[in-house]
Design a protein around this ligand. Sequence first.
Ligand SMILES: Nc1ncnc2c1ncn2[C@@H]1O[C@H](COP(=O)(O)OP(=O)(O)OP(=O)(O)O)[C@@H](O)[C@H]1O
Ligand SMILES: Nc1ncnc2c1ncn2[C@@H]1O[C@H](COP(=O)(O)OP(=O)(O)OP(=O)(O)O)[C@@H](O)[C@H]1O
Ligand SMILES: [Mg+2]
Ligand SMILES: [Mg+2]
Lengths: 169, 169, 157, 157
Amino acid sequence: MFLKKIEMENFKSFGKKTVVEFRKGYTSITGPNASGKSNIGDALLFVLGTKSNKSLRAQKLTDLIHRNNSGRLSPYLKASVTFDNSDKSIPLESNEVTFSRIVKLSENNDDYSSYYFINDDRARLQDFEYLLEKAKIFADGYNFVRQGDITSIVEMTPVERRGILEEVG
Amino acid sequence: MFLKKIEMENFKSFGKKTVVEFRKGYTSITGPNASGKSNIGDALLFVLGTKSNKSLRAQKLTDLIHRNNSGRLSPYLKASVTFDNSDKSIPLESNEVTFSRIVKLSENNDDYSSYYFINDDRARLQDFEYLLEKAKIFADGYNFVRQGDITSIVEMTPVERRGILEEVG
Amino acid sequence: KKIVFLDVFQKVNANYIEIYKELTNGGEGYLYLENPTNPFEGGLFVKASSKGKKVDNLASLSGGEKSLAALSFIIAIQEYDPSPIYFMDEVDMFLDGVNAENVGRMFRRNSDSAQIIAVTLRKSTMKYAHQAIGVTYQDRSSMVVTKEMQVEEQVVP
Amino acid sequence: KKIVFLDVFQKVNANYIEIYKELTNGGEGYLYLENPTNPFEGGLFVKASSKGKKVDNLASLSGGEKSLAALSFIIAIQEYDPSPIYFMDEVDMFLDGVNAENVGRMFRRNSDSAQIIAVTLRKSTMKYAHQAIGVTYQDRSSMVVTKEMQVEEQVVP
Ligand SMILES: Nc1ncnc2c1ncn2[C@@H]1O[C@H](COP(=O)(O)OP(=O)(O)OP(=O)(O)O)[C@@H](O)[C@H]1O
Ligand SMILES: Nc1ncnc2c1ncn2[C@@H]1O[C@H](COP(=O)(O)OP(=O)(O)OP(=O)(O)O)[C@@H](O)[C@H]1O
Ligand SMILES: [Mg+2]
Ligand SMILES: [Mg+2]
């Protein structure tokens, strides 16, 4: 199983619908400061890390919705992650599985709704999470290393570091 | 007034007597990880920052003494900082002023003595500090920016940040 | 609980020793428990040294050495419970050119058994990639350009 | 006490605005007090944005933007109470090539009025120096080589 693409629409700095394609092996992502590199990682976490408590660098979910320069929010955001599933790591028939998540602002902009999709079919959060767990994708842990994790490991106390190993087991 | 040279003898990773010369203007220091770049900064702080509480990354003063690979300590360490004093920022006659500091292990290696020198004359710590204060050299503050200071400013709370400005005034 | 923890510790430590040696071209590093019989009563210490230097506690190392030790710790944990995909955001920040290259090579090698996606600003790390994605900010939106690394551009370790 | 503090704040903020604009080629940044009438009852916030983007609080910026804002804050404090010598250890770590160059250029310009010594691993920062000191570790000791930057090698901003 491997990641084939990430699609973002109105997600953080990605105001235009963007598709990022991946292949097997080692892919590097680079670009200027504030171009959106870490935001791509946030999109992965946003879709796949629903059980994770890792910060998406946003105080509330609606902060993830693309804001243009006058501060106006888009009406919704959508992020999708597509996997090649030929080895059936994800217990579904299809050779390709797409997990999507939508956050839509309500009419008066003061509330929002969350929607989950598996291959374009509306899904409940628990089915979503069940599949991800079966495929062992981005469980909490260090499969997803964020900007600043290195420094925090260096600075944490020995007891906190032991705590990390406790969580691993 | 400007820094002319730093001399180190048995100071941290500088096991051989080393002279680092500087000129006016902008000097860059580079080299591989763990080569000794930050240790040069520690030498500056060690000599000029006697009143500063900034860490020299050593738990006790004797940790600064060069240790060879079998862990044996040298009997003493010496670090000196020499300034051009043509503008008499330092209230002394000489056009060149050297501040030196020695830490010497006692016979049985379990205690140490600290000595201060101004231009090769033995000096008391208060005269040493008085001259540095007059010349406004490395007072506590951000004239000396250490590896990690940037991150700590980013991570500190707004109240701590206000505290920095309080100390400036 | 203790038995489980000590088992995890053993395996992660074994990984750590090997990974640290590889990233530092022969340096020696290991983890140890302050209280091996009652691990929950003490902390976990990281020891590391560069090749030819004596081993020190994490706090007394240089900035780059600390960073390499922390990264080895992270990768040691990853290898304990492997995942099909890893996302690493700027883990090479404090490293000089040589050490950044070692990281790039390790990513390349490890990408046989897992997909590795690494955000980096450093050429030394990037040059070992199979493909490179460039991100820029234009017309008030981020955008992405994908480039397959030409065989001449790729560096195969 | 309050009067002294507010005066320091005004001057450091004025410095910050200018320095941040220079380091980001036109970006807008400023400091503000949570409680301007009773400053000691609130914190000090750092606002920053890249050119063309809206201004945000420090915490919501990218890694490089945060680093540039923090560096501007540090330099703003330096300029409030100038020193004849500044020692900066790896302040360009999170910066991309363009931003690191801006820092190198600022060091070069500011070195008219003060001596600036900067430890850096980045060519973009180093190339603006008047002289370059190389540090290596050989035969179990650190050693130093000084190189005057040739006129062709130097980049004069
Ligand atoms: N909801 C949003 N709408 C518009 N822009 C946003 C939103 N959330 C974040 N941003 C912008 O995204 C940018 C940060 O992107 P990101 O963190 O991905 O940068 P980066 O490429 O990782 O940079 P660095 O190299 O500095 O770490 C910031 O400029 C921020 O203003
Ligand atoms: N008392 C001592 N005796 C011998 N070596 C020492 C002593 N104190 C520190 N060292 C060594 O000095 C080295 C660290 O040097 P320093 O911090 O100057 O590195 P650096 O060049 O700044 O590296 P980086 O780029 O990683 O920050 C470490 O390898 C450490 O083992
Ligand atoms: Mg980033
Ligand atoms: Mg250093």
